[in-house]
Design a binder for this molecule. Structure first.
Ligand code: S3P
Length: 441
């Protein structure tokens, strides 16, 4: 990728009526399940981002045919056993969801495959999927046992397992359940905490029987998927930047249309409300098996709170944005139970602490979280230069901080924003952020 940085002018307010792009988690699953289904699936609202296109291209390399029709992705399913051996390693770029979910699918195929990714993805832990897949009888090897590339041997018989992941993770759960569709017997995952349930919901929509009993999810092997149309909601994780921006910038009033508010994901709404945010959910409705709403956010005086593991689980991807909100709140915010943030696209605790400190905010890293001392009287931030560490959510979180800064905020390596939010600069500028993308090379 060529270098691009964000230059964000201080101050301003967010307003208007906008729709952020489609949900990343749901878009990945829509491609995967459509590819494995019998029949044709039309996916509207698909997130045309680098991560989701990595999933689409991986299936393309296994023979999937797909087309764009009036903005929708139309996929001709190949059935559970219809994928063909790829000629080369499948490059999943920056996308952890693609790699972890695909590892479960590839473990059930008749052919060998190799899953690779970029430098960031190659640093992220993969033992969490390798371990349960070995228990199922799969042959999967990682570099140094825990890292990508992953080499998966096909033609292996899988057996159902009862598995308790070491951490609450939708990616691990989904990997095991998808491998479970290829296994003999019923595979059960006992969740140690709440994780997003898009896989369960969408598999059901594709005609698979998925059972939930308390914290246990199970699927019987040998089931097939039947194509169904998918309408992808707007991504709450992308909406979160605007929710935080509108909360902290005086005189803001913004409405975000058609956003997914799935109970296993909506932590950012509840945490902001607990901090005193002015958020109203309008026209709550169901869209293809997922709850959605329009979200109106107006500026508010925020106050610091305690955020523990239960809240973090429901807002894991929104933590960087929430840390920016905490920096503008009255009092101290203490976040614990967030150790998983250290193994995302970067170490999001260390990188957020570094960036907040660069902008003059007092904060202290904890092993599994952070303590942030809010500066409620604007400006809450100084201007300054931020290293995004090639992490899309770090870049977008600090872009919003400029709304309460005394000088310009400049953020490096922002190309990665396209992994989840193509068009962020244009949409944020339309909403009132003084943002420009500039080429750095
Ligand atoms: C995702 C699950 C989460 C999340 C990631 C997307 C998914 O990861 O952080 O951005 O689509 O299943 P974990 O399952 O590892 O918590």
């Amino acid at each position: 990728m060529s270098g691009k940085s964000f230059h964000v002018q201080p101050g301003g307010a967010l307003g208007g009526d906008i729709r952020v792009p489609g949900d990343k988690s749901i878009s990945h699953r829509a491609i995967m399940f459509a590819a494995l289904a019998d029949g044709t699936t039309r996916i509207s609202g698909f997130l045309e981002s680098a991560d989701c296109l990595a999933t689409l291209n991986a299936f393309g390399a296994m023979g999937l045919s797909h087309e764009l029709d009036q903005g929708a992705r139309v996929i001709t399913g190949m059935g559970m056993r219809g994928l063909r051996a790829p000629a080369a390693p499948l490059d999943l770029g920056n996308s952890g969801t693609s790699m972890r979910l695909l590892s479960g699918i590839m473990a059930g195929q008749a052919f060998d495959s190799v899953l690779t990714g970029d430098a960031s993805l190659s640093r992220r832990p993969m033992k969490r999927v390798i371990e349960p897949l070995w228990q199922m009888g799969a042959h999967i090897e990682g570099r140094d046992g825990d890292r990508a590339p992953l080499a998966i041997t096909g033609g292996v018989k899988l057996n159902a397992i009862d598995y308790t992941p070491p951490v609450a993770s939708a990616q691990i759960k989904s990997c095991v359940l998808l491998a479970g569709l290829y296994a003999d017997g019923t595979t059960r995952v006992h969740e140690p905490g709440v994780s997003r349930d898009h896989t369960e919901r969408m598999l059901s929509a594709f005609g698979v029987t998925v059972e939930r009993d308390g914290d246990t999810v199970s699927v019987a092997g040998g089931q097939s998927l039947t194509a169904t149309d998918v309408a992808v909601p707007a991504d709450l994780s992308s909406a979160a930047f605007f929710m935080v921006g509108a909360s902290i910038a005086p005189d803001s009033d913004i409405t975000l249309r058609g956003v997914g508010i799935n109970a296993t994901r909506r932590g950012v709404i509840d945490v902001l409300l607990a901090m005193g945010a002015d958020i109203t959910l309008l026209d709550e409705r169901d869209q293809a098996g997922e709850p959605v709403a329009d979200i109106r956010v107006r500026s508010a005086e925020l106050h610091g709170i305690e955020i523990g593991a239960d809240e973090v689980e429901l807002a894991i991807d929104e933590c960087p944005a929430l840390f920016v909100a905490a920096a503008c709140a009255r009092g101290t915010t203490r976040v614990t139970g967030a150790g998983e943030l250290r193994v995302k696209e970067c170490d999001r605790i260390a990188v957020m602490a570094e960036g907040l400190a660069r902008l003059g905010v007092e904060c202290h890293e904890l092993e599994d979280g952070i303590v942030i001392v809010g500066r409620p009287d604007a400006p809450s931030f100084s201007g300054g230069s931020i290293a995004s560490h090639e992490d899309h959510r770090i870049a977008m979180s600090f872009a919003m901080a400029a709304l309460r800064a005394s000088g310009p905020v400049i953020i490096d390596d922002c190309d990665y924003v396209d992994t989840s939010f193509p068009g962020f600069v244009e949409l944020a500028a339309q909403a009132g952020l003084g943002i420009q993308a500039r080429a750095t090379e």
